[in-house]
Design a protein around this ligand. Structure first.
Ligand SMILES: *Cc1c(COP(=O)(O)O)cnc(C)c1O
Length: 401
C-alpha cells in the first residue's frame, strides 16, 4: 500500500477516508503468536473497541484470533462476523447485571470485575464458569508511576480481596475458570509487566479450576520516529518460560491469553483528508482540512501525536504548519509540524489511524462519518460507506409544533 495507492483511493472514494492495511494487522498478530511459540496454548483476543468494523473482525477470524469485548453490542458484532461464543471474552466495567447475564447465556466467557456482581451471579448461575478481573495495584519506577491498576482505579477486584473472591466461590459453588488483569497503561518496561504477572500467578495458584490466565494488554506501538514501544519478542521470551513453569507447578496446561487492540491495528490505519484552505496569520500557517475531531479525536482528547505527511506534494519544500479541522471550536491535529509544502486540495495522511480513531468518530456538527476501506491482498475493499443525510436524520423525530 503505497502513497500512490492511497491517492487513488481518495479519488475513488472521496475524503475524508480511513484505509487499513490487512498485511500490517496480520504481521502484528503473528508477532505475538511467534513471541509466545513455546507456550502450548496461547490465545490472542483482539479488543474490538479499537476498530470494530465487521470486515476487520472477519479478518481476525481468519487469523484464528478470538475477540475481547466490552459491550453486548460488540459481542453481537463478533457473532455476526462468524465467531462462536466460545471465541469471545466479555470484560465489561460498570454494566448492568442483566446485560452480563444475557451475554453469559449466549455462551460467551464472562469476566467479572467486582464482588457484588460476582456474588449475585454465583447465587443465580453457579453452573456458568466465570473469570475474575484482578487489580494488582503495582506501582513501579522511582517517581514515574507505571501503574497497572492503581489502588483507587475503578477496574478490577483488588488483589487484597482475593480471600473474599474465594469465599464467594466456596459459598455459591461457582467455578472460577480464569484470572485476568488489564494494565491499561503503556507497557514499556518489560520487567514491570513481568512483576505484575508474578502477582497474578500468585493469585492464580489459589484457584483450582483455571482454564486460562488472561494478561490483558497495554502493548504500545510507535507513533513517531524514535518512539519506544513494547518489545513483544523480549516480553515473549521472559514470560513464556515463567508461564510454562507456572503450568508445571499448577499440574496442568492452561491457556495464556492476551487482548491487544492498539498493538494489532494502530499502525495499519491511515486517515486521509483534503486541505480546504491555507491560512496565514501573523504568527502561523494553518492548513485547514475537511475533517475535525468528529472523525479523529485522539489529538484533542488524549494529546495523542499522529504523524502527518502531505501525499500530494512529497517533493515539496518543508515548511511549518498547524493542521486544524473544520469544527467550530478549536480542533488542532498538530501544531507547528514540519511538512512538505501544503497547497489547497492536497491530501494529508495521518498515521496510526487504526486504533481508537474511526471507533470514536461522531456526527458532531451534523457531519457525515467517513468511509472505511480495507486494503487486502493488494486490493481495496470498501468496508463502510460514507454516511448520507439519511444517517443524520434516521432516528430523529420531527414533531408538529
Ligand atoms: C481497551 C481494552 C483492551 C485493549 O487495550 P489496548 O491498549 O488497545 O491494547 C484490552 N482489554 C480490555 C479489558 C480493555 O478494556
Amino acid at each position: 500500500m503505497e502513497s500512490k495507492d492511497l491517492l487513488n483511493l481518495t479519488e475513488k472514494y472521496g475524503t475524508p477516508l480511513y484505509v487499513y492495511n490487512a498485511d500490517v494487522i496480520e504481521s502484528q498478530y503473528n508477532r505475538i503468536i511467534n513471541a509466545f511459540k513455546t507456550v502450548k496454548k496461547v490465545k490472542v483476543n483482539y479488543a474490538v473497541k479499537a476498530l470494530s468494523n465487521i470486515s476487520v473482525l472477519k479478518l481476525f477470524k481468519k487469523l484464528k484470533s478470538g475477540l475481547d469485548t466490552v459491550s453486548i453490542q460488540e459481542v453481537q458484532l463478533g457473532l455476526k462476523a462468524g465467531f462462536s461464543p466460545k471465541e469471545i471474552i466479555y470484560t465489561p466495567n460498570g454494566v448492568s447485571f442483566e446485560e452480563i447475564v444475557k451475554v453469559a447465556k449466549l455462551g460467551v466467557q464472562i469476566n467479572i470485575d467486582n464482588l457484588s456482581i460476582l456474588e449475585q451471579f454465583g447465587h443465580l448461575y453457579p453452573e456458568i464458569p466465570v473469570c475474575v478481573r484482578i487489580n494488582p495495584h503495582i506501582m513501579a519506577g522511582g517517581n514515574r508511576k507505571i501503574s497497572v491498576g492503581h489502588i483507587d482505579s475503578k477496574f478490577g477486584i483488588s488483589i487484597h480481596q482475593v480471600p473474599h473472591i474465594l469465599r464467594i466461590a466456596d459459598n455459591t459453588k461457582m467455578i472460577i475458570n480464569g484470572v485476568h488483569m488489564h494494565t491499561g497503561s503503556d507497557i514499556l518496561d518489560i520487567d514491570v509487566f513481568v512483576s505484575a504477572t508474578e502477582i497474578l500467578f500468585n493469585v492464580a495458584e489459589q484457584f483450582k479450576d483455571l482454564a486460562f490466565i488472561d494478561l490483558g494488554s497495554g502493548f504500545k506501538v510507535p507513533y513517531k520516529e524514535g518512539d519506544i514501544c513494547t518489545n513483544i519478542e523480549e516480553l515473549g521470551e521472559k514470560l513464556s518460560e515463567r508461564f510454562n513453569e507456572f503450568c508445571k507447578n499448577y499440574g496442568r496446561t492452561i491457556s495464556l491469553m492476551f487482548e491487544p487492540g492498539k498493538f494489532l491495528v494502530s499502525e495499519s490505519g491511515k486517515f486521509l483528508a483534503k486541505v480546504n484552505v491555507i491560512k496565514q496569520t501573523t504568527s502561523n500557517v494553518f492548513a485547514g482540512i475537511d475533517s475535525g475531531f468528529n472523525h479523529l479525536i485522539r489529538p484533542m482528547f488524549y494529546d495523542a501525536y499522529h504523524h502527518i505527511t502531505n501525499l500530494s506534494n512529497p517533493e515539496g519544500r518543508d515548511r511549518y504548519y498547524t493542521v486544524v479541522g473544520y469544527i467550530c471550536e478549536t480542533d488542532t491535529f498538530g501544531t507547528n509540524r514540519r511538512i512538505s509544502e501544503i497547497r489547497e486540495n492536497d491530501i494529508l495522511c495521518f498515521n496510526n489511524a487504526g486504533a481508537y480513531c474511526f471507533s470514536m468518530a461522531s456526527n458532531y456538527n451534523s457531519r457525515f462519518k467517513p468511509a472505511e476501506v480495507l486494503w487486502y491482498q493488494g486490493k481495496d475493499y470498501l468496508i463502510r460507506s460514507r454516511d448520507t443525510f439519511d444517517d443524520i436524520i434516521k432516528n430523529q423525530i420531527e414533531i408538529a409544533l
